[in-house]
Design a protein around this ligand. Structure first.
Ligand code: FAD
Ligand code: NAG
Length: 497
């Protein structure tokens, strides 16, 4: 890379997803004279639109795919380079793209995102959904499909099984309840009827289920009985485009070949044992179970299913490969580039943000990293501010957005708000749960630790997010309020506002 004509930029950002684009926007508006380059693999970039601050911690926005020229028009000192990065030499502070160009940088931010973890490599019957291309491929395949198997229990799987129509879905989840990444068993129980009903059910009267979740790790539900008061102890491929986000299925009709509406069956507590190829099937005893389906899948619960194809929605692997070779990045257990509280990796002048990085600073007791849109935006924005501050020799402190975990989304057509340690993450047995549930309408769960609210799950139009966010942030002792905290007849806003 010892090319003398290497073009050197003050700032180079790799990746045209939300993290990279937000970082570019922040840097370019904070230091308009800076020479900034955005190097990205795909032809389009992702941009945040209709940004709305819902409360102090909660934010909502849409994500739009745009041609990169929009960014260049807005920031004249920005250069967008469309070619995947092939290698990085941190010593000489330079990068090489696959089309052979070499670029130098003073400060670099890696925002290359992640790619789907696939169950198997190169099986044409196994699909991962990550970007617009893979979503279109999925749609095309689905239109001819009669039965698919969805593997995974995170947000993507949840959306998929709910949205797919006209095709039977076998949903294999490794946990004892659906949506384990976001919910506990109680919330899962609340959502399950949505999968069975094609139309929303009429709201049932308010119940306050008492439940214990002894086997928390597996998220299983032990008792679920109506009870007025509940206070229970709780024991318990590199050159891809950018990731899709909320509403990725909008504008895409997820319809299979059959005339049925939703037909989902959940296989709990199992993983994929084996996916048979057609050659293997020829002389295998499972053939009879699979009939004439193009592909056959064996689950660890011993069941075999034939289907048209398998969708692998089992999480993402950070896109780090092109950057690791020849360098000495500290990499976290989940494969992400470790970053400190200024978004710096272990290599000097190299920052990282979004899905590709792992936040390794000492987290606030109310925050955890999850690979989501909001965090990609927050990290990209904060990384940009840190890079600028370091160049300008200014001091900067960890931003407030990393104080409290917050996420708004929609699952099964319900509004879902998650705050803080919403699933008692990392709290061991040191917490209590308060739950209020109205079938078909709302599910409210509060996590208390030493009488203080540390997390909440709000499903439905509860209108509680702002009050709860304040209660979590101010760590007020709520012991005096007892179960009245969730009493539907008491307007708790009056208490605290
Ligand atoms: C189907 C799906 C649904 C989702 N739904 C939600 C949701 O409802 N809510 C939510 O909050 N989150 C959701 N997510 C997660 C969310 O999309 C990600 O957390 C977020 O997009 C991460 O942004 P990012 O900028 O870090 O990475 P990405 O958006 O993945 O962008 C990475 C960018 O880097 C580029 N790149 C990669 N490698 C290279 C290279 N070597 N050289 C140059 N450029 C490179 C890519 O082209 C891309 O532009 C979903 C994800 C998927 C796949
Ligand atoms: C671009 O950078 C130059 C200096 O490098 C500066 O004079 C100019 O104002 C910048 N353009 C904008 C639009 O800020």
């Amino acid at each position: 890379m010892a090319d003398k004509n290497v073009k050197t930029f003050q700032f180079v950002i790799v990746g045209g997803g939300i993290a990279g684009v937000t970082c570019v926007e922040q840097l370019s508006s904070q230091i308009p004279s800076a020479d900034v380059a955005l190097i990205t693999a795909g032809p389009h970039i992702k941009a945040v639109a209709n940004y709305k601050q819902v409360s102090r911690a909660l934010e909502e926005f849409d994500v739009e795919e745009r041609p990169s020229s929009v960014l260049e028009e807005k920031f004249p000192n920005l250069t967008v380079i469309h070619s995947p990065v092939k290698s990085l030499d941190t010593e000489s502070h330079s990068l090489e793209t696959t089309d052979g160009q070499v670029f130098g940088y003073e400060k670099l931010c890696i925002c290359s995102g992640g790619r789907p973890k696939l169950l198997t490599q190169d099986n044409p019957y196994v699909l991962g959904i990550r970007d617009t291309d893979s979503a279109q491929e999925f749609q095309k395949r689905l239109s001819k499909a009669r039965r698919i198997v969805v593997v995974g229990n995170g947000g993507i799987a949840l959306e998929l099984v709910y949205e797919v129509e006209g095709c039977e879905v076998i949903w294999a989840v490794k946990d004892k309840a659906i949506g384990n990444t976001f919910f506990d068993a109680g919330a899962a129980q609340f959502l399950i009827p949505s999968l069975e009903a094609s139309k929303p059910e009429v709201a049932a009267p308010c119940k306050r289920p008492r439940y214990t979740t002894e086997d928390r790790a597996a998220g299983s539900l032990h008792t679920f009985t109506a009870d007025r008061h509940s206070r229970v102890h709780d024991a318990g491929p590199q050159e891809s485009g950018s990731a899709l986000g909320p509403d990725w299925h909008e504008g895409i009709v997820l319809r299979g070949a059959e005339q049925v509406s939703r037909r989902v069956s959940v296989e709990y507590h199992c993983e994929v044992e084996k996916i048979f190829t057609s050659e293997e099937l020829l002389n295998s005893p499972v053939k009879s179970d699979c009939g004439s389906w193009p592909v056959c899948i064996l689950l660890t619960n011993g069941k075999t299913f034939g289907c048209d194809f398998v969708v692998s929605a089992t999480g993402v692997v950070p896109n780090t490969e092109p950057f690791l070779h020849g360098n000495t990045f500290a990499v976290a257990d989940d494969g992400g580039l470790r970053v400190d509280d200024h978004m710096r990796t272990s290599e000097s002048d190299v920052y990282a943000a979004g899905d590709v990085c792992t936040a390794c600073w000492e987290h606030s007791p109310l925050w955890q990293q999850m690979r989501l849109w909001t965090q990609a935006r927050q990290m990209g924005w904060y990384a940009g501010r840190c890079m600028a501050a370091h160049v300008l020799s200014e001091k900067i402190e960890l931003d407030f957005c990393f104080e409290l975990f917050s996420h708004i989304t929609k699952f099964f057509n319900y509004k879902v708000v998650l705050l803080g340690k919403f699933n008692g993450q990392g709290l061991g047995s040191e917490h209590e749960l308060l739950v209020r549930c109205t079938k078909g309408q709302e599910y409210v769960k509060v996590v208390l630790s030493n009488g203080r609210m540390v997390g909440a799950v709000l499903i439905g139009e509860t209108d509680l997010e702002e009050t709860f966010e304040n209660l979590i942030l101010n760590q007020m002792d709520l012991t005096p309020y007892g179960e009245d905290l969730l009493n539907p007849n008491i307007d708790i806003e009056d208490y605290f506002d």
